[in-house]
Design a protein around this ligand. Structure first.
Ligand code: ADP
Ligand code: ZN
Length: 213
């Protein structure tokens, strides 16, 4: 199964991506996470993307597309994948179609998670993440033990771009301008599956499974 998932910041994509990956046995690939790890590890890629990510701007398409094309060519993607945070604009969606036409298997579905803006903002300000394994938490749903990651023992913190108000506003504006048009793009291909992202993570996940049914 080959899926993409998108939705505004705070819609709960990362949380749901982890669940989808587990249930369907496909690798979840988050471009945002790839970039954050590269920045943390001070790799060449990290140096290249730092200025964009910290300002809440999109990393240039050419670079992002190259990263994704290499990643989905890896062995663990042979049976499928879930792309979280890619594509984020029409040019990236077209590039993905081209990449998949090479392997003769297209996308099965494009999931979009939708939440009212005030819900998204409330979730974002309380969002916390494990920098070591990428697991998401919230101040209302913290790890069991004093901000120590349940999965890997890492120290759970707020994301730099979530606490930077200018960067956050920029990400939301970019979403409206560049990512929202993907609705029409995937609708026209009959791939769009819209899911209500309000409620608990379990409730949202149940809707996703139904939508993919
Ligand atoms: P969010 O959806 O909450 O903004 P992500 O983790 O998906 O968080 O992305 C974090 C940052 O990584 C983005 O603000 C952007 O700078 C960069 N990024 C992630 N995915 C892409 C992409 N497909 N194209 C360009 N930049 C991206
Ligand atoms: Zn962790």
């Amino acid at each position: 199964m080959r899926l993409v998932i998108f939705g505004p910041q705070g819609a709960g994509k990362g949380t749901q991506a982890a669940r989808i990956s587990e249930k369907f046995g496909i690798s979840a690939i988050s471009t945002g996470e790839i970039f954050r790890w590269a920045i943390k590890g001070k790799t060449a890629l990290g140096n290249e993307v730092l200025e964009y990510v910290s300002a809440g701007k999109l990393v240039p398409d050419e670079l992002t597309i190259r990263v994704v094309s290499e990643r989905i060519a890896a062995d663990d993607c042979a049976e499928g994948f879930l792309l979280d945070g890619f594509p984020r604009n029409t040019a990236q969606a077209e590039a993905l179609d081209d990449l998949l036409s090479d392997v003769e298997c297209g996308l099965d579905a494009a999931l979009v998670i939708e939440v009212p803006e005030e819900v998204a903002l409330r979730r974002l300000t309380g969002r916390r993440v494990c920098p070591d394994c990428g697991r998401n938490y919230h101040v209302d749903a913290p790890p069991e033990n004093n901000w120590t990651c349940d999965a890997c023992g890492g120290h759970v913190v707020a994301r730099d771009d979530d606490v930077d108000e200018a960067a956050l506003k920029q990400r939301l504006a970019t979403y409206h301008e560049q990512t929202e048009p993907l609705h029409e793009y995937y609708e026209a291909k009959g791939l769009l599956r819209q899911v209500d992202g309000t409620g608990t993570p379990d409730e949202v996940f149940t809707r996703i499974v139904e939508a993919l049914g």
